[in-house]
Design a protein around this ligand. Structure first.
Ligand code: PRP
Length: 183
């Protein structure tokens, strides 16, 4: 889906499809170099990370297996408390693995904060984060993310995996949602 297909729902495009792919190329080259000769496992967090995982993996030259986790927070109160519930666990044991968590966005940081703590208890050899987007002004906890694509303002963004009520995930760009859609 292109921005022109849903122009009335969008305020403005924040990151274009081309900028996303240029950035993934750059991040992919760094990841290739950093993990050369190492066995890295890419861990994606459903559903938002689907697009970035699919494209990042294709920008890598190393052959990295993928696994997926689904987590949920029940309502905004749970989300703000940082308590995360695992709805689908990984299929792969993490013991001794070099794990790279792939995320679409770090917003408050609470999801990743919980996940990283959780993964550390599983005996990983190393643990790093690759996030396409980060909202520095919205972060409630410090997240040490090694690979970050774009720092963006705290607007309501959709596209490239990010949704509003399950819509707009298929948009090729990242765009700011028009307020009339959600207010
Ligand atoms: C989004 C996103 C991250 C999380 C980031 O997922 O994919 O996992 O929120 O927010 P945080 O930094 O404030 O914790 P969401 O819970 O919306 O589920 P989804 O990926 O299925 O859309």
């Amino acid at each position: 889906m292109r921005a022109s297909d849903i122009a009335g729902d969008l305020d403005r495009i924040l990151v274009t499809e081309e900028q996303i792919h240029d950035k993934l190329d750059e991040l992919g080259a760094r990841i290739d170099a950093d993990y050369a000769g190492k066995d890295v496992l890419l861990v994606g967090v459903l559903k938002g990370a689907v697009m970035v995982m699919a494209d990042l993996a294709r920008h890598l030259t190393i052959d990295a297996p993928m696994d997926w986790m689904a987590v949920s927070s029940y309502g905004s109160s749970t989300k703000s408390s940082g308590v995360v519930q695992i709805r689908k666990d990984l299929d792969t044991p993490l013991e001794g693995r070099h794990v790279l968590v792939v995320e679409d966005i770090i917003d408050s940081g609470l999801t990743l904060n919980w996940l990283l703590e959780h993964f550390r208890t599983r005996g990983v050899a190393s643990l790093e984060v690759c996030a396409l987007l980060r909202k520095p002004d919205a972060m409630k906890v410090e997240i040490d993310a090694k690979y970050v694509g774009f720092d963006i303002p705290s607007d309501f963004v959709v596209g490239y995996g990010l949704d509003y009520a399950e819509r707009y995930r298929g948009l090729r760009d990242v765009a700011v949602l028009a307020p009339h859609v959600y207010s």
